[in-house]
Design a protein around this ligand. Structure first.
Ligand SMILES: C[S@@+](CC[C@H](N)C(=O)[O-])C[C@H]1O[C@@H](n2cnc3c(N)ncnc32)[C@H](O)[C@@H]1O
Length: 261
């Protein structure tokens, strides 16, 4: 099995300083236009959860180069970003400094499977992190630490590959598309219930192309990727949130029920 920390450090070193760093944190090394599309669909899907009042305590778990941390910090949230890969954390700090947001954020190197920050958060964001924790025990441990960091009445917002039916086409040594029910059950075991579920990318074309993409001749691959992006973007962007069942990625929001557990 690929050692996760080394894999993420390598991804970070290759691509983190390029533009918005999307090739490091979205689709690894894929062309800019495709990562722009991924970023847009994720941003639209997360929009309701990216609005916070000043002072909200936010944990961005698996923060990468700080895509969401910086957005939330700019709204006045007090953000803690943690990430397994030191180069990601260092880049997130640099980006916060450059945008004059350093006083609203702190970034720490930490493994979600062993996280204990000694505090709880009003909002926790986990965006395309759990899908990369392939080992079942580390996955369970990460769910437990996330649940333990949610404040009473806090929200845990998870955007992950979570198809409605089993789909192993894109699984690899560093990626697992767990069914949405597996996420619900794992968080229920950790004491959280799902309060909303919405979609991200209901058009099924990219998951058909991606398993073959690297094996196609370069020009054919680029032409196919351009066609898939052009066909998917309008539907994903305009209707993605409403089409949860058809979506490959989903946004699931969890909360701890009130009263005795
Ligand atoms: C696909 S990137 C997404 C980054 C960020 N959430 C975003 O949306 O821009 C996944 C991130 O999760 C981090 N990561 C993976 N496994 C982790 C773990 N066990 N603990 C903490 N971070 C982890 C990686 O280093 C990487 O930065």
């Amino acid at each position: 099995m690929t050692e996760p920390r080394l894999y993420w450090e390598e991804r970070a070193r290759r691509y983190l300083a390029e533009g918005a760093g999307l090739r490091a944190v979205c689709s690894y090394g894929m062309p800019g236009f495709y990562n722009g599309y991924i970023h847009l669909t994720q941003r639209l899907a997360l929009a309701p959860w990216l609005r916070v009042s000043p002072g909200t305590r936010v944990l961005d778990a698996g923060c990468g180069v700080g895509r969401w941390s910086l957005h939330l910090a700019a709204s006045g949230a007090r953000v803690t970003g943690i990430d397994l890969a030191r180069p990601m954390v260092e880049e997130a700090r640099r980006r916060a400094e450059r945008r004059g947001l350093a006083h609203h954020c702190r970034f720490l190197v930490a493994d979600l499977a062993h996280l204990d920050l000694g505090e709880r958060f009003d909002r926790i964001l986990v965006v395309t992190v759990l899908q990369h924790i392939v080992d079942p025990e580390r996955f369970r441990a990460a769910i437990g630490t996330l649940a333990a960091h949610v404040a009473p009445d806090g929200d845990l917002v998870v955007l992950e590959a979570a198809p409605s039916r089993p789909d192993v086409r894109c699984d690899s040594a560093t990626f697992r598309a767990r069914e949405v029910e597996e996420y619900r059950a794992a968080f229920a075991d950790a004491g959280l219930s799902c309060i909303t579920e919405s979609g991200v990318d209901p058009v099924p074309l990219k998951t058909r192309l991606l398993p073959f993409y690297a094996r196609l001749p370069r020009l054919v691959a680029l032409a196919a990727l351009s066609a898939v992006t052009a066909l998917s973007l309008p539907v994903d962007a305009l209707a993605g949130r409403r089409l949860a069942r058809a979506s490959w990625h989903k946004v699931l929001v969890f909360r701890r029920p009130r009263g005795p557990m």
